[in-house]
Design a protein around this ligand. Sequence first.
Ligand code: BGC
Length: 724
Amino acid sequence: MTIENFEDARKAVAAGTSVADAARALVATMTPAERLWCLDGDAPTLAGMAFLARDGYHHDTFASAAVDRIGLPGFAFSDGPRGTVVGNATCFPVSMARGATWDPDLEERVGDAIGRELRASGATLTGAVCVNILRHPAWGRAQETYGEDPHHVGELGAALTRGLQRHVMACVKHFACNSMENARFTVDISVDEAALHEVYLPHFRRIVDEGVASVMSAYNSVNGEWCGQNKELLHDVLRDEWGFDGFVISDWVFGLRDAAVSVRAGLDVEMPYRMVRQQQLPDTLERGDVSWAEVDVCATRVVSTLLRFDDVLSAPAPAPETVGAPAHRALAREVAARSVVLLRNTAVDGEPVLPFDAATSVAVLGRLAGTVNLGDSGSSDVWDLDCATILDGLQAAVRDVTHADGEDVDRAAAVAAGADVAVVVVGYTYVDEGEYIGQVDPDLIALIPSADEPEVAAAFEARIAALPPTTKPPRLDSRPGGGFGTGGDRVSLRLRDEDVALIRAVAAANPRTVVVIQGGSAVVVSEWIYTVPAVVQAWYGGCEAGPGLADVLVGDVNPSARLPFTVPVDETDLPAFDRDAKSFTYDRWHGWWHLARTGREPAFPFGFGLSYTTFALEDVDVSLAGDTIEIEGAVRNTGARDGADVVQVYAELPDPDAPARLVGFARVGVEAGASEAFRITVPRDRLARRDVETHTWKPAAGPHSVVVGRDACDPAARRVDLVL
Ligand code: BGC
């Protein structure tokens, strides 16, 4: 069968040719200019950046590798992870909130809904799968990932990928070790092979095994080489060891510096502009620093992935009404409620403060209570026009609501004193944490071309002139510094002094005070937590943040979320974080592992969360079965309300230098008074160690302990010793 265009390639695949062979055959018919065209974004750099500065993120997808002559569709990228970034779409709770659900099935449904909205908005590839490990809660983009543990993060990211890829191609990012923001363009991360493979990469591998279409390289360098041109990561690990057969894209604009090195290392597409490669590749090809065969490998990987996803991408796009559909808003509310972590709920006059009755009077206090607070205002922002604040949610759920923004603390205290219950909303916004572009290194600025190619610029201007309008949400009218100029890594894990003063004043005025924390990761609560009876972590809860939280506070939803990270008593209990670091070492000890190793008690351990009922684990049995470890047992609901518990399985390895691992978990719904069986299957591979001599995995052998509990420090956990 002759292959001269994309349609021919499709037919060849339908007739049994492999996608790789069909793609190779098609690339062989392309002109040199067309083959190079597939190696970067389709937009010109200067006009593209000017458009971006005019909120272009929300007006159009980023196009790449479209070659009209042969009908090659290329791909159209929209970012995530809390929804579709292009146009006006449903804003879901941030990934960290979804991580707190510990529920991959729910996350898959979120992926399905976001995938539908992406397709309906014209996107075919999304950067929604952000899975860098939360090495430290000060990371400005903590909210975009799922937590501090590789197994947990991998399962959630794989679930999102499954849901998304029913409708679009997904891209997992940022490969690798991208867990700090302010220094992201310049910092070098030193990491040894064991830490890299056991802590910073397993979740990427999990998502590659799930069949993710694309991988985005990180801005930072790892062990001395920029991730966008890092052969060890992009070629040796990703392709040779893991067998990834999709395509790799760079992070935006400053994701690579040397075109030839990047091609040879295995970076397929420079995003999002015709920038470094367009300037450098013609000469390097001429000099022989890169060969046409190497260019063709990159182009072929893009084309073969498009063929692999052709069924998905050529299916009719969902109708425009899919975007913001009632079912998606209902899902956003369900997830918002399911993500609320109940951290504290003590009794006042013999009764826990939460849930409170819808007939009580509630004072809602704090500057964030009436604010649409969706989180980061950089590449993950979603322009949802229909968002309900916490105040909106409580006003709809409770008979009698009064509100004060807390600026006048005495007034807030007086309002609180007049109500049955006081709800104080505190925490962060995109100004305190999020994506950040500060001063850019002159070496990077020097990579920007002095002029665009005239034809490319003309085609781009024509494209953006024809775009349908998108409405900017009013919340953004007075955004200081635009989107990317604020945020960055946190300067502290404490609340602001004003928030702490408000909590203290309200708690003194009303013994039934509930503190609601908004933010993307851990907040140190030690200085004020004992002054109030109830505290919930409510994240950036998306467009239905208020109704979802209200569902929990009035008891329509029994909280079942669990912390996806450790909350320290004091910031100094954690490993160091230097947001201006030029170089940094990532080892195997962060989060709960670091605290366990240094003997510090956490304020709240990894995996912790309360419920309005109580649970007990029963009949736990651990057995070996071939390549797996089988954990069976039951969860008994020992209280008076239906609820759900999260059973967590940890493995302790024989080597004292190896941190224990979360190796399995299951969310188990149980009716009041009943007992529900669970079974968790753990492949033995999850206990393997990286062998730095052979650069392969050493199967688990010898004495191990399996610990089955309800959080990482559960004193009632069952421990079973095994010899593998
Ligand atoms: C971010 C990526 C994002 C890309 C495109 C970059 O600034 O680091 O996470 O996917 O922009 O929006």
